[in-house]
Design a protein around this ligand. Structure first.
Ligand code: PLP
Length: 395
C-alpha cells in the first residue's frame, strides 16, 4: 500500500461511531440494543424549522450563497447574542459553518503553527485532541477531577501555560461530564488567557442545555471582550434544536480571525446551504417552546438516570448540571472502561461509551448519553444490574 501523509496517520476520528456501528450490527442480528453511546437528541427537529427548510427548497433557495453566511441569518444571530450574552457582535465577527465541529478545526488551523500548544480539558470532546494532533500541534491536557465535579480548575490551566501556548479550550456545559463552570471560574480563566495573551475558545454548543438552580447558571466569558480580542464562541444548532443531522452552526470571534476562518471555509466548503440557513432563521425567530419542553424532559431523565445509576452496586456518578451526559465511576469494578463497555454491549445489549475515548483521565468512567426515553433508561440500567449481579455476586 502506498504511504499516506504523516498527518493522515494522526487522525483518530470519533470512536463512538464505531460503537454505534457495532450496536447496529447486533441489531441486524436481531438483538434489541438500548442506546446511550452517541450525543444525539431523540426528539424530532421542531416542525416550524422543518417547514421553513422545505419552503426554502420549494422556493429555489438551492444555490450558492455568501460564503461567510447570509446577512439575514447573521443579523438574527447577532440579536440573539445580545439577548443571551449581553453584547451585540458586528456581522463580520460571525461565520456560518456546517456544524460546530469544523469551527474547532478552522480556529486551530488559523491560530496555531505545528509544534505550538493548545490547552484542553481531559476528558473532553474527542475532536479537540484529534484536530490538534492532525494539525501537528500539541494538546496539553488539564485533568478534570471528580472531587471538583469535573469543572476545569483555573489554577491547573495556569500551570499548563508555556511560551508555546496559543489557545485554551473550555467547554461548559461539558461533554462528557455535564459539568457547568461557575462565573468566577470562567472569569479567572479569561484573565489567565488575557495575562498570557492567548486565545480562549469557549465551546458553547450546550449553552441552552443547563439545569438551572440557585448555583447553576449559564455564563459566557465572551462578555469580557465581546469576542473582539481573544474569545471565540463555538456554537451550533445540533444539540439544543435537535438538529444533529442538519450540520449547521455559527462561530463568533475577533474579526481578523473570523475572516481567515471564512476563507478556509470558502476554500474547502464554498458556503453553507441557503435552505439550512433559512431554517435556522426560523429556529431563532420562531417559538422557543419546543426547546423548553425538551429541556424539561431532559431534566426528568437526568434526575432519573442519576438515581438509577447510583443504585447500582460498587459504582457511582456525580449529578451533571448541563448537556445530556453523565459519567459513571466504575473504578471499583476492576475493569477498564472499554472492558465494561464491551461487556455491557455484548451481554446486556446496552451501548455506552468508554471514558478513555475522551482522554486518559476518562479511564475509570463510562459515559451515558440519556437522550433516550425513561422506559429505555430504566430497562437499560436494569439489564446492566443483572450482568453486574451475575459477574460480581461472589465478591
Ligand atoms: C463539546 C462539543 N462540541 C462540538 C460538537 C460538535 O457539534 P456539531 O454536531 O454541531 O458539529 C459536539 C458534538 O458532540 C460536542 O459535544
Amino acid at each position: 500500500m502506498r504511504r499516506l501523509s504523516d498527518a493522515a496517520y494522526r487522525i483518530e476520528g470519533q470512536k463512538m461511531f464505531q460503537i454505534l456501528a457495532r450496536a447496529q450490527e447486533l441489531e441486524r442480528e436481531g438483538k434489541e440494543i438500548i442506546h446511550f453511546e452517541i450525543g444525539d437528541p431523540d426528539f424530532d427537529t421542531p416542525s416550524n424549522i422543518v417547514d421553513a427548510c422545505s419552503d426554502a427548497l420549494k422556493n429555489g433557495k438551492t444555490h450558492y450563497t455568501a460564503s461567510s453566511g447570509m446577512r439575514e441569518f447573521k443579523e438574527i444571530a447577532a440579536e440573539v447574542t445580545e439577548k443571551s450574552r449581553k453584547f451585540k457582535p458586528d456581522l463580520n465577527q460571525i461565520l456560518v459553518t456546517p456544524g460546530a465541529n469544523v469551527q474547532i478545526f478552522y480556529a486551530i488551523a488559523c491560530v496555531a503553527n505545528p509544534g505550538e500548544e493548545i490547552i484542553i480539558p481531559d476528558p473532553s470532546f474527542v475532536s479537540y485532541n484529534s484536530i490538534i494532533r492532525f494539525l501537528g500541534c500539541k494538546p496539553v491536557k488539564v485533568p478534570l477531577k471528580e472531587e471538583n465535579e469535573f469543572r476545569m480548575s483555573p489554577k491547573d490551566v495556569e500551570k499548563a501555560i508555556t511560551d508555546k501556548t496559543r489557545m485554551i479550550i473550555i467547554n461548559s456545559p461539558h461533554n462528557p461530564s455535564g459539568a457547568v463552570m461557575s462565573e468566577e471560574e470562567l472569569a479567572e480563566i479569561y484573565e489567565i488567557a488575557k495575562k498570557h495573551d492567548v486565545y480562549l475558545l469557549s465551546d458553547e454548543i450546550y449553552a441552552r442545555m443547563i439545569y438551572e438552580d440557585s448555583e447553576t447558571k449559564f455564563f459566557s466569558p465572551s462578555i469580557f471582550d465581546k469576542c473582539k480580542e481573544r474569545v471565540l464562541v463555538v456554537n451550533g444548532f445540533s444539540k439544543s434544536y435537535a438538529m444533529t443531522g442538519w450540520r449547521i452552526g455559527t462561530v463568533m470571534g475577533p474579526e481578523n480571525l473570523i475572516e481567515k476562518m471564512g476563507l478556509l471555509l470558502e476554500t474547502t466548503t464554498s458556503c453553507v446551504s441557503p435552505f439550512l440557513q433559512l431554517a435556522c432563521i426560523e429556529a431563532l425567530r420562531g417559538s422557543q417552546e419546543p426547546i423548553a419542553e425538551m429541556m424539561k424532559e431532559f431534566r426528568r431523565r437526568r434526575d432519573f438516570i442519576v438515581e438509577k445509576l447510583n443504585s447500582l452496586p460498587k459504582v457511582h456518578c456525580v449529578e451533571p448540571k448541563g448537556a445530556f451526559y453523565v459519567l459513571l465511576n466504575i473504578k471499583n469494578l476492576g475493569l477498564s472502561s472499554e472492558e465494561f463497555t464491551d461487556l455491557m454491549l455484548e451481554k446486556a445489549g446496552v451501548a455506552t461509551c468508554p471514558g478513555v475515548y475522551f482522554g486518559e483521565s476518562g479511564e475509570g468512567y463510562v459515559r451515558f448519553c440519556y437522550a433516550n426515553s425513561m422506559e429505555n433508561i430504566e430497562k437499560g440500567i436494569e439489564r446492566i444490574r443483572r450482568i453486574m449481579d451475575q459477574k460480581w455476586e461472589s465478591h
